[in-house]
Design a protein around this ligand. Sequence first.
Ligand SMILES: *Cc1c(COP(=O)(O)O)cnc(C)c1O
Length: 422
Amino acid sequence: MDHFSLVDGAMHCEGVPLSVIAEAVGTPVYVYSTATLKRHARVFREGLAGAGDVHLAYAIKANPNLAVLRVMADAGYGADVVSGGELARALAAGIPASDVVFSGVGKTVTELTTALEAGLGQFNLELEEEGVVLAGLAAARGLVANATLRVNPDVDAGTHAKISTGKRENKFGVPIDQAPAIFGRLAGLPGLALRGVAIHIGSQLSDLAPLEAAYRRVGELVTELRGLGFPIERVDLGGGLGVPYREGDVLPSPAEYGAMVARATKDWGVRLMFEPGRVIAGNAGVLLTKVIWVKPGAINPYVIVDAAMNDLARPAMYDAWHDFRAVHPTGERMVANIAGPVCESGDTFAMGRDIDAVKSGDLAIFRTAGAYGATMASTYNSRALVPEVLVDGDRFAVVADRILPETILAAERIPEWLTPGD
Ligand SMILES: *Cc1c(COP(=O)(O)O)cnc(C)c1O
């Protein structure tokens, strides 16, 4: 459920007509609903009520906007970060370092050091050598780094190949059968407290079965590790729960997910940790855009909108579907392709789709754009970096400015040796 709906024929976010935001801020612009973020944070937490001791770390990469992070911090969430930049955001939003989990396959020594000195809650190690390096950095500072070892359970998440992370051939984690030996070599290192294991098998999972299969393998590993004398206190189960992108899509609810977790982890006796991203932010945002032209096409007309693949990369990157709606629908329909102005055929949001009829100058939205939307935006084609707006009831604020092409141009320079006439 979200808070984007038609009121008197006009699409609103909570109490604010989207046309008011377009007028004030221009288009394209991302619009987020505070009520939806809060609702998702609550429903996810409630779904896990039967799962015992739980730590929730919002996966910042889904939507790292500072204001969004503040909403999540106020909802009692920690953060899962995958870079030093994301760690800085989490701290700037007021999330305590002790509630931050650092994931990521390529943490640099600089990032590890900064995180250690900030008092980071947990490092999810991706390889043995990272554990050795981290232990050395911590011991040299008289610190002890809390860590888990990320394992790769070799489970097919059944999602898009580019967002599958738990297959043997993926770059993430250590092969699950090598975990006991790696524990043996890392567990005694001064500076390192290896407290458990972590997994994350992929994103936009539409079926709980692969998650349950992965959790069962982790359960077996926990038993094996304890049998070898390693005290396992934490298991980080990652994120990955999918969201409906198309009207009528049915996905596992947080309650169904929580019931599965409770079942699969019943005897573990650990602190369970979760890293939800998309399920929190996905349906809490839309990309608001304006139709520039309706251009006749060979088969169907092209609706050319002022948003493009640089603003919302998911269709070009993952063949993703985003529902398209007119902000003031007339009730008429049309079959059209929807594309942006970027000079790539991949800059196409939909082909031959049955949509609300629109004409030049109309406002429209791409729904379910709150996760992996603005954060993947670029300035390709020397377009502006898309701004973001947060709505709360009947008020709204610009929470990220539109970065204009001239600002980006001002950060570039021509070296003197290219100056003509020298
Ligand atoms: C991306 C990521 C997440 C969040 O995934 P969602 O599908 O958005 O829930 C969680 N943990 C790790 C390690 C990730 O890389």
